[in-house]
Design a protein around this ligand. Structure first.
Ligand code: SF4
Length: 458
C-alpha cells in the first residue's frame, strides 16, 4: 500500500505554491495525499515567519502531533519546511525538545524533500538541510496544483531590498529570476490542465528581467503570458511601488487578459516612517503613482499592505497613514501591528517604542476607515453587471458559486437552479449585482451571456 502524506500550509500564496510543489514531489516518489492526520506516514508543516506567532503556532501543532502519537502509537515522519525552518534551522530541535521533528528543510531545498523523508524514516536522528544556495529551476509538470481554476507560477525567488521590518531576504535568500522559457512552459502546462487564471508570484515581480532574454522585462513577460491559449486571466503579486513605471501601467491597461488590479504595498503614509522602513519612495511619489494609474486605467482597483506602530511612528505619522488611505481609496487592505521579526534591521537598530495599546488603537481606527471606504466602493457596483471568473462553490447553498471580478472583488452569485455548479468552475460569467457588503458582492448570473473559458458562447 502506498504511503500517505499530509501537508499543512501557513502563510502567503508563495508558501501555498511551495506546498503544491512538495505535494507533486511526494506524488512522484510514490506517496498519496491524505487529509487525515491519523493516516499520514509523512506530515509536512510549511511554516511562515512574516507575521508574529508563527513559531508559537508551529510548537502548538507539534504538541498536538505528539499527543496523537502518544494516544495511538502512530508515528509519522514530521518535516518542517518554509521560513521558520530556514530561519531557525537546528535550533528548532532544541526548542521542541527534539521529540517530534524528523526533517528540517529550508525554503530553497524543496527538491530534497522525498530524499530527506526517506533518510529520516531510517534514522534515529533528524535530517537538517537549510543550505540556501539552490537555484530557482523546478522540474516542469511535477507540481500538484491544489486549485482547479488558478495556477500559481513563481517568477522570482528571494529579495535584495532589506526593508527594515521584513524577514524575506533572510528566509528566502537573495533575488533569483526564473528563465522566461520555464515560466511560459509552466503557464502552458497550467492551461493544458484546465486552469484559466494564472498568478505570477515573486517578492518584487516587477523587478523581473528574463535571464534567458535580457531585453525582456516584466511587461514583456505579461505580454508573452497574455498570448498563451486557454489562459483567461493574469494576476501578479506583488509589484513594488518604486519599480511601477509607465511600461507596466500601460501593459496592465492594454493586455486584455491582465486583471485591472494592482496590489501596491505602501506600508505607511508618512515619508519619515517610509525612510526608516527603507522603502525608497515617499508619500508624495506614491500618491503621484496612484494618480497616474487612476488616470491611465480608470477601472483599475488598488489594494495595499499597511503597518501601524513601526518604531518611532508618532501621532502625526499615523494621521498621514489615515489621510493616504483616504486619498488612495483602496478596494482592500492587509493591515498589521508592527512586531519585530528575527534578523531584521528594525529589530537590530530600532526600539519597538510604540506601546501595544497605541498600536491597537491605531489599527482599529485604520481598519474602521478602510471598511467604510471599501463598503462605499463596493456599493457603486450595485445595479451593474460585472464579469466574474467562478472559482469556488458555496458549501452552504446549492447553485451558489463565488468568484472574483477583474478588480479582485469577491462576488457570490446565484446560478439557475437546474445547473450543475461544477460545470461553471473556471468560466467567466456576467453577474448582475444586487447587494454589496464591505468584503464582497452578491448577484445573479446573467445566464444567456455565459461564456466558457475556452471561448464558446452558450
Ligand atoms: S521588497 Fe521589502 S517587504 Fe518586499 S520582500 Fe523585499 S524586503 Fe520584504
Amino acid at each position: 500500500m502506498a504511503k500517505k502524506y499530509l501537508i499543512e500550509t501557513f502563510g502567503c500564496q508563495m508558501n501555498f505554491h511551495d506546498s503544491e510543489r512538495m505535494a507533486g514531489l511526494l506524488d512522484q516518489a510514490g506517496y498519496e495525499p491524505t487529509t487525515e492526520e491519523i493516516d499520514a506516514d509523512v506530515i509536512v508543516i510549511n511554516t511562515c515567519s512574516v507575521r508574529e506567532h508563527a513559531e508559537e503556532k508551529l510548537y502548538t501543532r507539534l504538541g498536538e502531533i505528539r499527543v496523537l502519537e502518544q494516544q495511538t502509537g502512530h508515528k509519522p515522519v514530521v518535516a518542517i519546511a518554509g521560513c521558520v525552518a530556514q530561519q531557525e534551522g537546528e535550533a528548532l530541535l532544541e526548542k521542541s525538545n527534539g521529540h517530534v521533528i524528523d526533517v528540517i528543510m529550508g525554503t530553497q531545498r524543496l527538491k530534497m524533500l522525498p530524499a530527506l523523508v526517506e533518510k529520516a524514516a531510517r534514522s534515529p536522528f533528524a535530517e537538517v538541510d537549510i543550505n540556501p544556495w539552490d537555484d530557482v529551476t523546478f522540474p516542469l509538470g511535477i507540481t500538484r496544483r491544489g486549485d482547479p481554476v488558478k495556477a500559481y507560477v513563481t517568477i522570482i525567488e528571494g529579495c535584495n531590498d532589506h526593508c527594515a521590518f521584513c524577514v524575506v531576504p533572510y528566509t528566502r535568500g537573495h533575488e533569483r529570476m526564473r528563465a522566461k522559457a520555464d515560466i511560459l512552459a509552466d503557464v502552458r502546462e497550467a492551461a493544458d490542465s484546465g486552469r484559466t487564471e494564472v498568478q505570477l508570484l515573486g517578492q518584487i515581480v516587477n523587478h523581473y528581467q528574463a535571464p534567458d532574454d535580457p531585453s525582456s522585462d516584466f511587461a514583456d513577460l505579461l505580454a508573452a503570458v497574455n498570448e498563451v491559449p486557454g489562459i483567461e486571466r493574469i494576476r501578479f503579486a506583488s509589484p513594488h511601488p518604486r519599480h511601477t513605471g509607465r511600461r507596466l501601467i500601460e501593459a496592465v491597461r492594454d493586455l486584455p487578459k491582465v486583471c485591472k488590479h494592482l496590489h501596491l504595498p505602501v506600508q505607511s503614509g508618512s515619508s519619515r516612517v517610509l525612510k526608516a522602513m527603507r522603502r525608497r519612495y515617499t508619500r508624495d511619489s506614491y500618491l503621484e503613482l496612484v494618480a497616474e494609474i487612476r488616470e491611465t486605467i480608470p477601472a483599475a482597483t488598488l489594494s495595499t499592505d499597511m503597518i501601524v506602530g513601526f518604531p518611532g511612528e508618532t501621532a502625526e505619522d499615523f494621521d498621514q497613514t489615515m489621510s493616504l488611505t483616504e486619498a488612495a481609496q483602496y478596494h482592500s487592505m492587509f493591515s498589521f501591528k508592527y512586531s519585530p521579526r528575527p534578523n531584521t534591521l528594525a529589530l537590530k537598530r530600532l526600539p519597538d517604542d510604540v506601546s501595544e495599546d497605541v498600536k491597537t488603537r491605531r489599527i482599529v481606527a485604520l481598519q474602521t476607515l478602510q471598511r467604510e471606504i471599501q463598503t462605499r466602493l463596493n456599493e457603486q457596483a450595485v445595479g451593474t453587471t460585472v464579469d466574474v471568473l467562478i472559482d469556488s462553490a458555496s458549501r452552504r447553498r446549492d447553485a451558489e458559486m463565488s468568484g472574483r471580478t477583474s478588480g479582485n472583488t469577491v462576488v457570490n452569485c446565484q446560478l439557475p437552479g437546474d445547473t450543475d455548479a461544477s460545470e461553471w468552475m473556471g468560466r467567466i460569467v456576467p453577474v448582475w449585482v444586487h447587494r454589496a457588503g464591505p468584503h464582497s458582492l452578491w448577484g445573479e448570473a446573467v445566464v444567456s451571456h455565459v461564456r466558457r473559458a475556452a471561448g464558446d458562447v452558450n
